[in-house]
Design a protein around this ligand. Structure first.
Ligand code: MG
Ligand code: MG
Length: 277
């Protein structure tokens, strides 16, 4: 129990996490506006880097040992940790972008998936949009469980139930999980995207978690590519990754990496976020 005490932040610390969350959201918004056929993954990274610089923040991905980029950009069968570079985005690609900012010693972490329009392949685009939609909704289901639950194990159960109920037979990555976030981008506890026997730490004011389902259209086995970073599906099926950093405070929950605090995403679950007082 003693080990768990350190994971809860004070109200002042929660307030300090608002700005890095908003900077992270702005990074991803810049990427979203740029993601069109012909743009390289490196150009997406540069757009996020510009935002982080303009806002007086640092990329916390560059604080990860050995990593030089501002974002991770994962295309098609790549699920997470793709390295931005010279790869050119094509019509129909499904692209997951993960970004994070450190501002005045506090961190934000968020990811989105984009499907590049391709009028010539409507079935491919529809299948990839469905994968992204179910992944995003499973994230919101997990965030809603954080608002209403008593232990963080309920988050993973909600993510898993949502993915299973979608009925497509999608896989959930087991080896990669969400996490606490604060002074460091990755802190205790782990946040699983599936049901576990251990209920995990209590959900109570001061808890801040990055909730990040990584969902694949086929089998859940992954491999790390020769670049030692990129995580791809073994069977070549598509992947999607969505993530938000979420704070629990005395008045409820607030999604730090969503400009509206998560109001739109949580509305279907009957949860209303409350600003951190
Ligand atoms: Mg992330
Ligand atoms: Mg994360």
């Amino acid at each position: 129990m003693v080990l768990r005490r350190g994971i809860y932040k004070t109200p002042a610390q929660l307030r300090a996490m608002v700005e890095p969350g908003l900077i992270t959201a702005a990074m991803l918004q810049a990427v979203r506006e740029l993601a069109t056929p012909g743009v390289t993954t490196g150009e997406l990274d540069a757009a996020a880097a510009r935002v982080v610089r303009e806002r007086g923040a640092r990329s916390n991905f560059q604080l990860v040992r050995g990593y030089r980029h501002t974002t991770c950009v994962s295309v098609n069968e790549q699920v997470v940790h793709g390295i931005p570079g010279s790869r050119v985005l094509e019509a129909g690609d499904i692209v997951s972008i993960d970004a994070g900012a450190e501002y005045e010693g506090w961190n934000g972490d968020s990811a989105i998936t984009i499907v590049i329009a391709d009028p010539s392949r409507p079935e491919l685009v529809a299948a990839r949009e469905e994968l992204s939609r179910v992944t995003e909704q499973s994230m919101w289901a997990g965030i809603a469980a954080m608002a209403t639950g008593t232990h963080i194990g309920e988050i993973g159960a909600a993510v898993e139930d949502h993915v299973v109920r979608a009925g497509h037979g999608y896989g959930i990555l087991r080896d990669y999980v969400g996490h606490g976030i604060g002074r460091r981008m990755h802190e205790s506890p782990s946040v699983f995207n599936y049901r576990t026997p251990d209920p995990g730490p209590r959900i109570q004011p001061g808890l801040v978690l990055a909730i990040e389902p990584m969902i694949v259209a086929g089998g859940e086995d992954t491999l790390v590519e020769d670049d030692d970073w990129t995580v791809s599906t073994v069977d070549g099926s598509d992947g999607s990754h969505w993530e938000h950093s979420v704070a629990v405070h005395d008045g409820g929950i607030w999604v730090l990496t969503a400009p509206d605090g998560g109001a739109a995403g949580l509305a279907p679950f009957g949860v209303r976020p409350r600003e951190i007082g």
